[in-house]
Design a protein around this ligand. Structure first.
Ligand SMILES: C[S@@+](CC[C@H](N)C(=O)[O-])C[C@H]1O[C@@H](n2cnc3c(N)ncnc32)[C@H](O)[C@@H]1O
Length: 251
C-alpha cells in the first residue's frame, strides 16, 4: 500500500459531507465542559472545533502537514499536534479519544489501537467511526479492472469488520460497549462528483501517471461504475461505516 497526499482546499471545498456525517458521532461522544479530548485524524478541524464548542479542552492530531496547516488557519485558538495515529505518546492521558473517518487510512491499525488505549485515563472512552468491511466495494472492484494486479498494492485503506476491529481494542484493555456496521449510501455533488471524489481520496492509484493517463483512467472508472452508482444525475457511493464505542475500565 502507498500513502496518500491530502489537499485541504479540495477537502474543505467539496467534501464537507465527511464531517457533516461525523456530527452525529458527537452525540455518542457527548463531550462535557472541562473534559480533555483528543481528536485523532482531525483533518481540517471542523469536528475538533465542534467538540471545543461543548466547553471541552480539545487537541487535534493528524500526520498531514497540509491538513494541520489548514486546521490551524481555520481555528487558531485550538491546539493541533503533528503525530502518526499508529505510534503517538501523550504527556497526560485524556478523558476521551474521538476519531471520525480517519482510522481506515491508518495502515497499522493494531498500533493505532495501542496508542489510543494508552492515551486514555482509566474510565476514559473511545468513540470512532471509520470505513468498515465492504465499504466502496464497487470502487475497489473497478480499480482492479482498470489498474490490474497493482490495484491492491495502491489501495490506501483498510476497512475492518467488527470481528477484526473489536479485538484490537480488547487486546489493549478496552471494553467494547457498542459496535455497528451499516450501509451509508453517500451522494457526492454533481455530474463530476465521482471524479472529484477519486481525485480527492484516490491519489495513491494515480501517482506516477501522466495527466492523459489519469484522465483515461478516470473515464474508465466512471464507465464501469455508472450502472451501479449513477442515477438521476447523482453519483451515490456505496459507503459502509463501522462505529465503535469502547471504554478503558477503572482499575
Ligand atoms: C477524511 S479525513 C477526516 C478528517 C476529520 N476527522 C473529519 O471528519 O473531517 C482523514 C484524515 O486522517 C488523517 N490521517 C490519515 N492517516 C493518518 C495517520 N496515520 N495518523 C494521523 N492522521 C492520519 C489524514 O491526514 C486526514 O486529515
Amino acid at each position: 500500500m502507498t500513502s496518500s497526499s491530502w489537499d485541504p482546499q479540495r477537502y474543505q471545498g467539496r467534501h464537507s459531507y465527511v464531517w457533516q456525517f461525523g456530527e452525529s458521532l458527537l452525540e455518542l461522544l457527548q463531550p462535557r465542559p472541562g473534559e480533555r479530548i483528543l481528536d485523532v485524524g482531525c483533518g481540517t478541524g471542523q469536528l475538533t472545533a465542534e467538540i471545543a464548542r461543548s466547553g471541552a479542552e480539545v487537541t487535534g492530531l493528524d500526520n498531514s502537514p497540509d491538513m494541520l496547516a489548514q486546521a490551524r488557519k481555520n481555528y487558531p485558538q485550538l491546539k493541533f499536534v503533528a503525530a502518526d495515529a499508529a505510534g503517538f505518546q501523550v504527556p497526560e492521558p485524556f478523558d476521551a479519544v474521538f476519531s471520525n473517518a480517519a482510522l481506515h487510512w491508518v495502515k497499522d491499525q493494531p498500533a493505532a489501537a495501542a496508542s489510543i488505549a494508552r492515551a486514555l485515563k482509566p474510565g476514559g472512552r473511545f468513540v470512532t467511526e471509520l470505513g468498515g468491511k465492504g465499504c466502496i466495494a464497487s470502487i475497489i472492484s473497478a480499480m482492479r479492472d482498470v489498474f490490474g494486479a497493482e490495484a491492491d498494492q495502491r489501495r490506501p485503506w483498510t476497512f475492518p469488520s467488527i470481528g477484526e476491529f473489536a479485538p484490537l481494542l480488547e487486546q489493549h484493555g478496552l471494553e467494547v460497549r457498542q459496535a455497528s456496521l451499516f450501509d451509508r449510501p453517500t451522494p457526492v455533488e454533481g455530474e463530476h462528483g465521482l471524479e472529484d471524489w477519486l481525485r480527492m481520496f484516490c491519489s495513491s492509484y494515480f501517482r506516477g501517471l501522466s495527466p492523459e493517463q489519469t484522465r483515461d483512467a478516470l473515464r474508465a472508472l466512471a464507465d464501469r461504475l455508472r450502472p451501479a452508482l449513477y442515477r438521476d444525475g447523482v453519483w451515490t457511493l456505496d459507503y459502509r461505516r463501522l462505529r465503535v464505542v469502547a471504554v478503558k475500565p477503572n482499575r
